[in-house]
Design a protein around this ligand. Structure first.
Ligand code: BG6
Length: 470
């Protein structure tokens, strides 16, 4: 806290992954297909394609991913060796309800996560579980289309209740939807025009997820009062391109596109500004009579967010010079970019922490942050990922300032892809984030053996010193 020095006692240092990107075993233990299982491999220049079925002869990287489904014991042991206090993971909906909404859950899937969670707990690692991370059941999409159909709410809440009932004594921290705001950017916007009709669908999809999240929070609080349920926001600091007030206003509006989501989930209602936005796009949300009350009663307990980069916003232009995970913009001459073109901005993390804390005054977790980079195994057999250490160190310094100087209530830090995983945007394995290297290439060739990178030992001492030795 502001009065103390450094990271608070009990700060949750750890790492993060998602089921579809790390597990593999896509058809094991009765698992059904998720939309992630139908995405082919791509690259920074070739987008992934989403096929209707599994097409022979094409490579689908999530099918084996990092093979954690078979190697979780080895992986968790390595996490424990680094001293992880927590591990952010997601549960694959399609392991629990293979088609999305069977009458009864799949026991083999439930058992898998029981074992995995027990393994974590045995080392004293606190699980932080995302309920839905970019892997909706294909069965559900075939029947009902997309999230703008309210059938998704019922199916998702049923799934959420099953896992809350099963794991409430093992998992205290839950996140409802990964980067809930990215519904604004993909998958619908891949090639789709931004018009009244598409925006209506996007906002309806968002609304239905708000309701599903609220119902989940209400259920968790009612049945298991010790649980904390958070939202998960894809954050990115926005800077105006110049002091031209038009740039400033445009930048504010881009920020508002993000706060639209956290306002509803943290405050429990649509603000006047949010309603104005809907009016602007001629959106009339389809709602049920108790939605409003549920949003109020189902406010989240904390905000978890991802942060990779910042963006520069210029008025009256769509042309973008640099990329980010879900937002792009003008080049910032003061910043360097990653090999994938994302702008590296550690100060933007402090800025974002302040913005969120000043606005909401609820505990914050940084549940994704890191540098996607190509790693090479040196002659000596080691992986000298100094660039990754540098990235993380700079970001941790800013977190520390946000805690010490600004008094931000930050409770957890879980760098993304703590073990190498399949990239969500490109499907590449070679876009690596991990402290632990996985010996597999972009086509799934390799031994899948695990190797410690230099950042492994570095992060271990960061945790051991509670963020003092960087
Ligand atoms: C976030 C997602 O958008 O960014 C993750 O929650 C994703 O699933 C991460 O992996 C990093 O993006 P990428 O495209 O480098 O994998």
């Amino acid at each position: 806290t502001a009065s103390g020095k450094g990271f608070p006692e009990g700060f949750l240092w750890g790492g993060a992954t998602s089921a579809s990107q790390v597990e593999g075993g896509f058809d094991q233990g009765g698992k059904g297909l998720s939309i992630a299982d139908l995405a082919t491999a791509g690259s920074n220049v070739t987008p992934r394609s989403y096929t209707a079925t599994i097409e022979p002869g094409r490579y689908y990287p999530t099918h084996k991913a990092s093979d954690m489904y078979h190697r979780y014991k080895e992986d968790i042991k390595l996490f424990a060796e680094m001293g992880f206090k927590c591990y952010r993971m997601s549960i694959a909906w399609t392991r629990i309800f293979p088609q999305g909404e069977e009458e009864l859950p799949n026991e083999a899937g439930l058992k898998f996560y029981d074992d995995l969670l027990d393994e974590l707990l045995q080392y004293g690692i606190e699980p932080i579980v995302t309920i839905s991370h970019f892997d909706d059941p294909v069965g559900l999409t075939q029947q009902y289309g997309e999230w703008d159909n309210r059938k998704f709410i019922d199916a998702c809440v049923k799934y959420a209740k099953v896992i809350l009932d099963r794991y409430h004594h093992k998992v205290k921290y839950w996140l409802t939807f990964n980067e809930i705001n990215t519904v604004m950017y993909f998958p619908m916007f891949n090639g789709l025009a931004v018009n009244d009709e598409s925006m209506a669908r996007v906002y309806q999809m968002a609304h239905n997820r708000f309701v599903a999240s609220a119902q989940t929070v209400i259920y968790a609080h009612e049945h298991y009062p010790g649980l904390k349920v958070g939202m998960m926001l894809g954050a990115a600091a926005k800077y105006p391109y110049s002091c031209d007030p038009r740039d400033v206003i445009e930048s504010m509006e881009k920020e508002d596109d993000i706060f639209y989501f956290s306002d509803v989930q943290v405050r429990g209602y649509y603000t006047n500004k949010a309603k104005g936005k809907l009016r602007n796009y001629n959106v009339c949300l389809e709602t049920a009579s108790d939605d409003e009350q549920q949003l109020k009663d189902g406010k989240v307990d904390f905000i978890a967010f991802s942060y990779y980069s910042s963006n520069v916003v210029k008025a009256n232009t769509d042309e973008s010079e640099v990329k980010g995970n879900f937002s792009s913009g003008k080049k910032n001459p003061y910043l360097e970019t990653s090999d994938w073109g994302w702008q590296i901005d550690s100060r933007g993390l402090r800025y974002t922490l302040n913005q969120l804390y000043d606005r909401y005054q609820v505990p914050l977790m940084i549940v994704e942050n890191g540098l996607g980079a190509k790693d090479e195994i040196s002659r000596d057999g080691a992986i000298h990922d100094q660039y990754r250490i540098h990235y993380l160190r700079e970001h941790i310094k800013e977190m520390k300032t946000a805690i010490e100087t600004d008094g931000v209530d930050l409770i957890a830090y879980t760098p993304w892809g703590c073990i190498d995983i399949v990239s969500a945007s490109t499907g590449e394995m070679s876009k690596r984030y991990g402290f632990i290297y996985v010996d597999a290439d972009d086509n799934g060739n390799g031994t899948y053996d695990r190797l410690k990178k230099d950042s492994f030992e570095w992060y271990k001492q960061v945790i051991a010193s509670n963020g003092e030795v960087l």
